[in-house]
Design a protein around this ligand. Structure first.
Ligand code: RIB
Length: 306
């Protein structure tokens, strides 16, 4: 590893995840007795940053936490994972939290209360411009205000820094997002939201590329990943069968690992295969940031599944 590598910068959310494991997801009006409760660091942005750091690649986080009981712990956890926190500010009010239910089989449902994440405004992004535009790649998600996401994308576009956008949670997007993002990485639910209907992955990827995107990665869980680029070949990348206990943060793990491999000069197929293995491993442990695998773990899974 050389220190001259341009860092990955994640501009995104930092949450405390309040996770309840439950034998079944309650329907409206129903109460169920759960089996376990944990408080563990998360947030799509922070998870992606930790995924990058665990793989040994330099990464900086840009975002905000609150001056509450969670704020300092969230920053300390990022530091402990070797994520740079020069771009993380503590602001009055609560930190972002996510209320998460994990059902048997590891599937999850999440409600996010943005807290400090929604104080990350364009003026703050402007303050952090030097950090952001020094990046080799910027990773974004949609847990910050949309105007902040758009502002960051435009800043990166002017500075020729590629952006990987994880369009989660799904919401209406500004036109500039389609034309100025290098990679767009929705899961199955998000793909259906953005297209307004469920389509086969091959058709869905084509339709998304027609909106001006350069590259699309459709994250399809146990089906695998479909990778397509404008004017290039498209193909499936296989999933890795593992014993899943918790899928929280698996999509974030994929994005972090995919970005690392692209930054290391790998082609999109090798990068997606590596990221698919990393994401699979992340589902074998509980927690979001806590489950991000090391490079050795990913390489070992790849070696055993040639
Ligand atoms: O992608 C998983 C993440 O979504 C959780 O860690 C939670 O904080 C929400 O942001």
């Amino acid at each position: 590893m050389t220190s001259s590598r341009k860092p990955i910068v994640v501009v995104g959310s930092i949450n405390m995840d309040l996770v309840a494991r439950t034998p079944k997801t309650p329907v409206p009006g129903q109460t169920v007795i759960g089996t376990e409760f944990t408080t563990t660091p998360g947030g799509k942005g922070a998870n992606q940053a930790v995924a990058v750091a665990r793989l040994g690649y330099p990464v900086q986080m840009v975002g905000m936490v609150g001056e509450d009981v969670f704020g300092q712990t969230l920053i300390d956890q990022l530091k402990a994972a070797s994520v740079g926190v020069e771009g993380v500010a503590k602001v009055p009010g609560p930190s972002g939290i996510a209320s998460i239910l994990v059902a048997p089989g590891g599937q999850n449902s999440i409600v996010v209360i943005p807290g400090a994440n929604h104080k990350v405004d364009p003026a703050y992004i402007e303050q952090k411009k030097a950090l952001i535009t020094a990046a080799g790649m910027v990773l974004l998600q949609l847990e910050l205000p949309m105007e902040t996401v758009v502002y960051t994308i435009e800043m990166c576009s002017k500075a020729h820094v590629p952006v990987m956008l994880d369009p989660a949670p799904a919401m209406q997007l500004d036109e500039k997002v389609w034309t100025q993002s290098a990679w767009f990485t929705p899961n199955q639910t998000e793909t259906a939201f953005y297209l307004g209907t469920k389509l086969e992955p091959e058709t869905a990827a084509r339709e998304l590329l027609m909106r001006g995107l350069k590259g699309v990665v459709l994250k399809r869980g146990s089906e695998g990943t479909y990778v397509a680029v404008a004017g290039g070949k498209a193909a499936w990348v296989r999933p890795f069968p593992v014993e899943t206990v918790d899928t929280v943060g698996a999509g974030d793990c994929f994005n972090g690992a995919f970005a690392v491999q692209l930054m290391e000069g790998k082609d999109r197929w090798s990068a997606a295969l590596f990221a698919s293995a990393a994401a699979a491993l992340s589902t074998t442990k509980r927690g979001a940031q806590a489950s991000m695998p090391t490079r050795e773990e990913v390489e070992s899974l790849l070696a055993h599944n040639r």
